[in-house]
Write a protein that binds this ligand. Sequence first.
Ligand SMILES: [Zn+2]
Length: 456
Amino acid sequence: MEVCYQLPVLPLDRPVPQHVLSRRGAISFSSSSALFGCPNPRQLSQRRGAISYDSSDQTALYIRMLANSEIEVSVSARNVRRLLSFQRYLRSSRFFRGITVPNSSNILDDDYNGQAKCMLEKVGNWNFDIFLFDRLTNGNSLVSLTFHLFNLHGLIEHFQLDTMKLRRFLVMVQEDYHSQNPYHNAVHAADVTQAMHCYLKEPKLSKSLTPWDVLLSLIAAATHDLDHPGVNQPFLIKTNHYLATLYKNTSVLENHHWRSAVGLLRESGLFAHMSLENRQLMESQIGDLILATDISQQNEYLSMFRSHLDRGDLCLENANHRHFILQMALKCADICNPCRTWELSKQWSEKVTEEFFHQGDIEKKYHLGVSPLCDRQTETIANIQIGFMTYLVEPLFGEWARFSNTRLSQTMLGHLGLNKASWKGVQREQLGSGDDVDPTFEEMDSDILPQEPRLS
Ligand SMILES: [Zn+2]
């Protein structure tokens, strides 16, 4: 089977395109602080570089400088800022202004470090508690976990990676997630990376994967939501956000995550010792993996997956087939929250709903029309979760279990069933009836509905 997604490959001999660099500006417009602050988000999106913040505000000043190339900025200052992401710029400016930010590694006591290390010994366990790990590493779960996995999979040695560059790259990735997002933050990225590691260890995959496959999978997992603004694509489209225009209203966020990841890869120089051809291939394949996480494309991926399984023609010796399975694995990792234990799954459910409702509050405030699932007056966590599980998670994990019918797959389906039953119990308590499933997901992806998981 030919899995071919034609994507533009950026020439590596040219600077990172302006839109990638000016994502520093993009962050400011799409980040919760700017987007959910005073100015009307519709105006914000349309008027790049024209936000009327107080001129004494360093953040606003930086936004204007980045967003308006006509503004006079000294060459040296501009060059420095081009090298820094928005959030990293804020940190460095605090440093230069004498405002110290505690170095997280210094305030961790040995006991916490010891416990975090202890947890990493069980990083392949499905009940790995990423929230606890994040607390034990003082908010550095993505850096600590991904670095450990690079080491564990022998990638540092195999690709002769400079560990300082690797750590710097991972720190930049972690910092470019928005910690103020309730859900789409670095902890979610760490969770997805941990889940991806669990899938890479599955016998069917582990015996055929190359170090290259593992490398791309871990990088894609760690960066798959990079610089997520905490609002969804329809919000960006209806507010005429420039990213929606740039990516022609198609996989807007996923394209931005990918291009942001490419920007950091180049900035870090982590693979500068590789050939241009390999770096281009890496960027393109990471793009294929990240773009597969666009949930609105689930139907296409799932149909393809189902067809392969029905025909039994997946051959993991074939690089294209392996790459397709890695796309499916990353899709599973991205929406695996309902397949975790109730204690973990419930926390994720609360966080994602908080982010949805936050968007809904903004939409109400600015009369933008409240997006599906985002109205706190009419939606409940239980309704959202039951719909999500029924229409998106169960079909995907049912097929995954057909592909890899292992103890892990059965464990995930077991948790999924139990968690759904728990939310139904909550729903019954709230509504007095048990079968009200949110129809929103049905509208989103009608072709895959309703599908019971099939196990072979
Ligand atoms: Zn995600």
